[in-house]
Design a protein around this ligand. Structure first.
Ligand SMILES: Cc1cc2nc3c(=O)[nH]c(=O)nc-3n(C[C@H](O)[C@H](O)[C@H](O)COP(=O)(O)O)c2cc1C
Length: 190
């Protein structure tokens, strides 16, 4: 009986280890970060600090944009009731960052630029050991209450980033969603 249990444990550990090593640990911190980032859904109420938010938004500002126009504004929302009116299951201590793009202007690509800034902030939050999740669904709700959310005049919300501390009941292996394979996605022209 003991032997069977030990064998089972070894198999489980080997499988878990295999899953980890496939996705991680190239030794390059940026590559490892990209390959292991995931989007939690369950957060606890430990507050995200001002210093963490400051670093995250600085990484957003560093994102590239067409002609370096930086056609975005970031609105950091901490008020729980206001956050809940946009993302209903948000936890106290979480932060919503509204990424808004300039509404007018010739030859601009604000949605794309805002997407890049969002991803930079998503990765920055993850690198700080926080959880982050991008939300497109509630963008219309946010745009319906721009004044209350203090989105600057002339900008509309393009994307929402939720940042918080990840609840201990979830982990990267069980929480991460799978991706299509390189065979499905990439074709090489020789
Ligand atoms: C443009 C965009 C919109 C998204 N909108 C939502 C959303 O409305 N609600 C949600 O729960 N997740 C949303 N997500 C998160 C995706 O579901 C998530 O990035 C994807 O499933 C990959 O998950 P993973 O990072 O855990 O691998 C959105 C992501 C992107 C890039």
């Amino acid at each position: 009986m003991m032997k069977t249990k030990a064998t089972l444990l070894i198999i489980v550990l080997a499988l878990a280890g295999g899953q980890l090593s496939r996705a991680q640990q190239t030794g390059n911190p940026v590559i490892d970060q990209l390959l292991t980032a995931w989007s939690p859904r369950i957060f606890n109420t430990i507050p995200v600090t001002d210093d963490q938010i400051d670093l995250i938004v600085r990484c957003g500002i560093k994102a590239p944009s067409a002609r370096n126009q930086q056609p975005w504004r970031f609105t950091v929302v901490r008020d729980e009731a206001l956050m809940k009116s946009v993302v209903s299951n948000v936890a106290a201590g979480n932060v919503l960052i509204l990424i808004s793009g300039k509404e007018s202007g010739e030859g601009r690509t604000p949605d794309f630029d805002c997407g890049l800034a969002t991803e930079n902030m998503f990765l920055a939050a993850t690198a700080l050991g926080l959880g982050a999740r991008i939300y497109g669904g509630p963008v219309a709700i946010a745009n319906g209450k721009r004044e209350a959310l203090m989105v600057p005049e002339g900008f509309r919300v393009v994307m929402i980033l939720r940042v918080g501390n990840i609840d201990g009941s979830v982990d990267a292996v069980s929480g991460a969603t799978p991706r299509k394979t390189t065979e499905e996605i990439v074709n090489y022209v020789k």
